[in-house]
Design a protein around this ligand. Structure first.
Ligand code: NAG
Ligand code: NAG
Length: 273
């Protein structure tokens, strides 16, 4: 009897692993016509502090940013040393601000550009006020999709910023307003990992948290290929990030899953994602 149960279990494991190993030729989001032919999965769940973040990211086609942005009120600089491997996460730091110089921030970006995508980022917000945690598509200021947590206003509004997470398509015509909504959180994003996802297709950008659609924008949908970027920063703007942060802020990213290589025609083995 025990042997029969064991062989049934072994058969189950073999079937499960063969299903998992099956090649996916087209990754399909049911609500998007066509699909995606390429996947890049970056799993930080097994990393340890002291590991080499730059080399892990580089092996997945992602680079760590190193440049300043002068726009204020307080300028910021994306410094490579603020991106590090933590305990089961990529840790993106905004350093406690000492009152002078630029705000030491962090950013990573895909090396390649692509048009249309479904990108899922599992992260835990820092909980330190005064920081923007961005997960976004970017070619330029007029080809940009943002899904942003503002740590000062996750759960409570400030005088100038409503509470919630921001879904935005920047204006595709220079000088025109963005299309955006602020979605109230149903949980405290600093207390656990959640999946923040943007689906970008020809007709809409759709924003999800933990697989639940939270916003869908059909105006100002970008039309050109660009990079995907993740960052953590502050500029001390009371109408946006607030801050600068008074303590070190760490945004923990557990995984990044990028589906790209859009095709209007589904072919081969289809995998629902
Ligand atoms: C403040 O921090 C900057 C780095 O952001 C550093 O260059 C500077 O020396 C610090 N100033 C003081 C007074 O600690
Ligand atoms: C913030 O918004 C208020 C009200 O619109 C405005 O008066 C103020 O100049 C803004 N501050 C900054 C730094 O942009």
């Amino acid at each position: 009897m025990g042997a029969i149960r064991l062989s049934g279990f072994v058969l189950f494991v073999m079937q499960a692993s063969s299903a998992m190993a099956q090649t996916c030729n087209t990754y399909v989001v049911p609500s998007i016509a066509g699909g995606f032919t390429q996947r890049t999965f970056i799993d930080f769940s097994g990393v340890q502090p002291g590991g080499n973040a730059a080399s892990l990211l580089s092996s997945k086609g992602v680079s760590i940013s190193n440049y300043p942005i002068s726009a204020g009120p307080v300028p910021r600089t994306f410094v490579p040393s603020n991106v590090a491997l933590g305990s089961g996460s990529l840790d993106m730091k905004v350093s406690a601000y000492n009152g002078s110089g630029s705000i030491q921030s962090s950013e990573i970006s895909t090396n390649d550009v692509f048009k249309y995508a479904s990108v899922r980022t599992v992260l835990k917000s820092s909980g330190v006020p005064g920081v923007v945690e961005g997960n976004f598509f970017y070619l330029n200021d007029n080809q940009e999709i943002d899904w942003e947590i503002l740590t000062s206003t996750t759960l409570t509004s400030s005088p100038n910023v409503p509470a919630g997470i921001w879904a935005t398509n920047q204006g595709v015509v220079p000088g025109t307003p963005s299309t955006h909504v602020t979605v109230p959180f149903t949980f405290d994003p600093s207390q656990g990992y959640h999946e923040y996802r943007i689906d970008w297709a020809i007709d809409a950008t759709t924003f999800y948290i933990d697989g639940v659609q939270k916003a869908r924008l059909t105006s100002n949908v970008p039309t050109q290929a660009g990079h995907w970027i993740w960052n953590s920063w502050s500029n001390g703007d009371p109408n946006w990030s607030n801050g600068p942060p008074k303590a070190n802020s760490i945004t923990h990213i557990r995984s990044i899953d990028i589906y790209k290589g859009f095709t209007s025609t589904r072919s081969g083995n289809l995998c629902n994602i």
